[in-house]
Design a protein around this ligand. Structure first.
Ligand SMILES: [Zn+2]
Length: 85
């Protein structure tokens, strides 16, 4: 599942940004180091990347979403599938 929004920064001046908007951001190189899950209570880092020249957001490899996060299930499901093999 691709994540459509990211939160830039973690302080009071943090803001949400859509992935397409993000891809056109003049400070992209800088702010892509500081992207976080937008879900309340989740402090998972997000990774900006491109797939087939389309901008995407995904979860960092060694990061996990909070259990209450809507993206948590996806990561859990992937783990479960892996353990079947
Ligand atoms: Zn999350």
């Amino acid at each position: 599942m691709n994540i459509p929004f990211a939160k830039v920064g973690q302080g009071d001046d943090s803001y949400s940004i859509g992935v397409v908007e993000l891809s056109k951001h003049p400070d992209l190189e800088k702010i892509k180091q500081d992207l976080w899950c937008t879900e309340l209570g989740c402090e998972c880092r997000l990774l900006y990347s491109t797939y087939l020249s389309r901008p995407i957001l995904k979860t960092w490899k060694n990061q996990n979403h909070s259990e209450d996060c809507m993206y948590y299930f996806e990561r859990n499901e992937a783990k479960r599938k892996k353990s079947l093999f």
